[in-house]
Design a protein around this ligand. Structure first.
Ligand SMILES: *Cc1c(COP(=O)(O)O)cnc(C)c1O
Length: 388
């Protein structure tokens, strides 16, 4: 008690007083203007919450103006969007924690065009009959990748899961030990396989896997051979991998589908833009039967996962009830379609697709921008950031 008594109380706290009633506070002029902005229910609830907090603190009762100021604070906090724009100053163009790819304005316009009204999502305007939602992007994906067919699901993790489950449930999936990776955010290839109902058949070693390792593992129990692009790590030194063309030929000869999880899966040759090479979807499909890749990594569109490849395999996948559970909505198709259309004009892609534009910026331009921004950033966040 003695120590508490020695703490000076703020001047506006009235000792021993009872808090005012909710009705009394709502009768104030200030409350009326809050009600105008936030609505009566929200203001009344905020007043109740604040009074409850005052009682819980048991430190005396602030005057009514102070209570209403606190109520206003609560209401503004409540009406503030949690998800909001930020500056990405990390230097990482595709940052998962900051929302990955920045969409081109064409995609934003396409989304806003379909989001507040009806759209022909599953309606074929040419025949007047029911349509397929994948129809809006399938032909574009096929044109840009050389695939026979394609579908879109929630993300690439879902795409991989769906392929495994639809094509290899209760069967073996043959994978090289060097590709049993964790992509981050708890996407671990062996765990995904187990959850999809597949039995993992590891072949080779961490650093070396040969064609004969696959050859020996293939048998009547095999449902699928899978390759996984080790997106975020590298094995160097004494290494070996089965060649893609040879593995493709082996799988074809044995009648087992070959699926490649490309992760990022670029649609264009990045080396032609002066960037480190990444396997393209088209190149992978030259030997694989199916390819899975993300919509919001190098492709530069919205979060989704794409499965592209052989028509007969995609027909099986489409029939899976999981396809329905993992499907995406009209906004995703709108954004994806508009972004894919930019690829039809490859000459202007680096200027129109934000992901490629940012990845191909010259170091001098980035340096100049950093120098321009640094003083302002330092001024505003001197408490949090240091600049040399
Ligand atoms: C990123 C990645 C995934 C997961 O893709 P999401 O779109 O994030 O679900 C799966 N496999 C590989 C190889 C990846 O790089």
């Amino acid at each position: 008690m003695t120590s508490l008594a020695s703490v000076p109380r703020p001047r506006d706290q009235i000792q021993g007083a009872r808090p005012p009633s909710v009705e009394r506070l709502l009768g104030h002029q200030v409350a009326a203007s809050l009600i105008e902005t936030f609505g009566r229910t929200a203001v009344r609830d905020a007043v109740r919450e604040d009074l409850a907090a005052i009682r819980a603190r048991a430190e005396g009762v602030p005057d009514e103006a102070a209570i209403l100021a606190a109520v206003e604070g609560r209401l503004s906090e409540l009406s503030r969007a949690s998800l909001r724009p930020v500056f990405n100053l990390t230097g990482t163009v595709l940052h998962t924690n900051l929302g990955r790819a920045l969409l081109p304005p064409e995609a934003a316009e396409a989304v806003s065009a379909v989001m507040t009204g009806a759209a022909n999502l599953e309606f074929d305007l040419a025949t007047g009959e029911r349509g397929e939602r994948d129809d809006h992007v399938e032909a574009l994906i096929c044109r840009l990748t050389g695939a026979e067919a394609a579908i879109v699901v929630n993300n690439n993790a879902a795409a991989v899961f769906l392929v495994l489950n639809a094509l290899a449930m209760r069967k073996e999936v043959v994978v090289s030990r060097g590709e049993l990776v964790e992509i981050g955010g708890s996407f671990r290839v062996p765990d995904v396989m187990a959850r999809a109902g597949c039995r993992l058949r590891e072949v080779g070693t961490t650093n070396r896997t040969h064609l004969h390792d696959f050859d020996e593992a293939l048998g009547p129990r095999t449902g699928l051979v899978m390759r996984v692009h080790p997106s975020n790590y590298e094995i160097r030194g004494f290494t070996a991998q089965a060649r893609e063309d040879e593995l493709g030929a082996l799988c074809r000869a044995r009648g087992v589908p070959l699926a490649v999880d490309l992760g990022s899966g670029s649609l264009v040759d990045l080396a032609a833009h002066g960037l480190p090479p990444e396997p393209t979807v088209r190149a992978a499909l030259a030997h694989a039967d199916l390819v899975t890749f993300s919509g919001d990594k190098l492709l530069g569109a919205v979060q989704c996962g794409i499965v592209a490849g052989r028509t007969d395999l995609l027909r099986k996948i489409r029939k899976s009830p999981l396809k329905r559970a993992l499907r995406v909505d009209k906004m995703t198709y709108a954004a994806l379609e508009a972004t894919l259309r930019l690829y039809l004009n490859p000459e202007r892609l680096a200027e129109r697709l934000p992901t490629l534009r940012l990845l191909t910026r010259k170091a001098e331009a980035i340096d100049a921008q950093a120098r321009r921004l640094a003083p302002e950033v330092a001024r505003r966040r001197s408490d949090r950031l240091g600049f040399p």
